[in-house]
Design a protein around this ligand. Structure first.
Ligand SMILES: C[S@@+](CC[C@H](N)C(=O)[O-])C[C@H]1O[C@@H](n2cnc3c(N)ncnc32)[C@H](O)[C@@H]1O
Length: 192
């Protein structure tokens, strides 16, 4: 994967399922604790979306945080990623809280609103981050929040700042640039 500088990904590079193990393994857990990272943003009973969920490193913890009265929607364009998440959900007894949704590369196509939406290391893989973020806006509850985290290795500071400008132009409010979340990140919502 090359570093992008324009925010666009016209070649449509997507992280292949063959390297999914990189995104959910014990070494990542040493540096990132999904419970600690996400519990400030997710409450019991919430509807939370993990978009570009990959093999489910965050999805399973999200399902625990929403509790039995909440719901998580795991979205990915790769069926095999969703298959991995389903297996883990069964192992952790949270499969009934998770809905699995396979989307298209250039359109999510989910008619659903959420209280919290996570887009971790995936926005730069969408063909047009701006079009993608515009669609995410339709998937957010009035008081909902979206946490976007992009990898420093693949997204320059300038490209990230361009994306934040797009985010503001699209009518989102920037709520925070949280610490200890990793990468280049921003928390956004429809309200501050
Ligand atoms: C680098 S992986 C990150 C996985 C996960 N978020 C994590 O942090 O462990 C990116 C994931 O986003 C998915 N993805 C890429 N483009 C997408 C798109 N346009 N819509 C939905 N998912 C997408 C890929 O299939 C892949 O599973």
């Amino acid at each position: 994967m090359s570093t992008i500088s324009t925010g666009e990904n016209p070649a449509g590079h997507v992280c292949p399922h063959q390297i999914a193990f990189i995104f959910d393994n014990p070494i990542r857990r040493i540096f990132q604790n999904p419970n600690k990272m996400l519990r400030p943003y997710i409450s019991e009973g919430d509807t939370a979306i993990d978009i570009g969920c990959g093999p489910g490193f965050f999805t399973i913890e999200m399902a625990k945080l929403v509790g039995s009265s909440g719901k998580v929607i795991a979205i990915d364009l790769q069926e095999k990623m969703l298959g991995d998440v389903r297996k883990k959900a069964i192992k952790h007894h949270v499969e009934e809280r998770i809905k699995f949704f396979q989307c298209e590369q250039d359109r999510v196509g989910l008619d659903q609103k959420a209280d919290f939406l996570l887009a971790y290391h995936m926005v730069h893989e969408t063909p047009s981050p701006r079009a993608f973020l515009k669609e995410l806006k339709t998937m957010l509850n009035e008081n909902g929040k979206i946490l976007i985290v992009e990898p420093k290795m693949h997204v320059t500071q300038n490209a990230f700042e361009d994306m934040v400008s797009d985010i503001k132009e699209l009518g989102f409010r920037v709520c925070d640039f949280p610490a200890k979340i990793g990468g280049r990140n921003v928390l956004i919502g429809l309200k501050e």
